[in-house]
Design a protein around this ligand. Structure first.
Ligand code: ADE
Length: 240
């Protein structure tokens, strides 16, 4: 998978060299290229923004540098173009799974009040475009969102994770939050690991974990529970 990132702050993407994504790069599973949008400006001040038509606070990113940058990157072949913006579709594990199937992703990281809408409309006429939000809060720009989306997507690329089971068992993969986990010692500061986990009874352990996952989800994220029978035999009480 090739990932290009267009930003006016290329240094923001330095963490891509580290840990998970860095490992994927070493293995040759992903090819990440970070580009400074200002390379596609032509004035002395390398201007990327201007005042909004219609008035209002803040600045809007000018279309020309974006258009030229996207022309150049898309000339290498088809790609999914992801605009990171608080007005995008919420980023979820399902979106991560979908993006993990793509050969190429180009992240366009907006700053200020956003990018001139014509950039998104124009590139949408010649490439798959996704507008993605990290959540219902406003960051200073889309770089952190591009990092987060990259990390969530790259770990789903086949061959990346050593243990495929840990992918299917984690939070959100089955639509529920993950059950609580424990490791040795069995007793710590007077707190014991739930006895069922020491029982060796795999069916009982699976049932306990499912029950805990449903309880947690009901307490913390009831919006994730469909109007289903999941809760039929679960007593709902708050999770600390
Ligand atoms: N840029 C600013 N805020 C953002 C958010 N919540 N998600 C994605 N990109 C953003």
């Amino acid at each position: 998978m090739r990932i290009d990132v267009l930003t006016i702050f290329p240094d923001y993407l330095a963490p891509l060299e580290l840990s998970l994504a860095g490992k994927a790069r070493e293995k040759g599973l992903i090819d990440v290229r970070v580009h400074d949008l200002r390379a596609w400006t032509h004035d002395r001040h390398r201007t990327v923004d201007d005042t909004p038509y219609g008035g209002g606070a803040g600045m809007v990113m000018k279309p020309e540098p974006w258009g030229e940058a996207l022309d150049e990157l898309l000339a290498d072949g088809p790609a999914t173009v992801v605009f990171t913006t608080p007005s995008g579709q919420p980023f979820t594990q399902a979106v991560a799974r979908e993006l993990a199937t793509r050969e190429r992703i180009v992240f366009a990281c907006g700053r200020y009040e956003g990018i001139d809408q014509r950039v998104i409309d124009e590139v949408g006429s010649r490439a798959e475009v996704r507008e993605i939000s990290l959540g219902d809060y406003v960051l200073n720009g889309g770089e952190v969102a591009a990092l987060a989306v990259t990390e969530a997507v790259v770990r789903l690329v086949p061959g990346f994770m050593g243990n495929a089971e840990s992918l299917t068992e984690e939070s959100h993969e089955d639509g529920l939050l993950e059950y609580p986990v424990y490791t040795k010692p069995a007793s710590w500061r007077g707190l014991d690991v739930p006895p069922v986990l020491l029982s060796g009874d795999h069916a009982a352990i699976a049932a306990w974990r499912r029950d805990q996952a449903v309880r947690r989800t009901a307490a913390r994220r009831p919006d994730l529970l469909p109007a289903s029978t999941l809760l039929d035999d679960v007593e709902i009480r708050p999770v600390e």
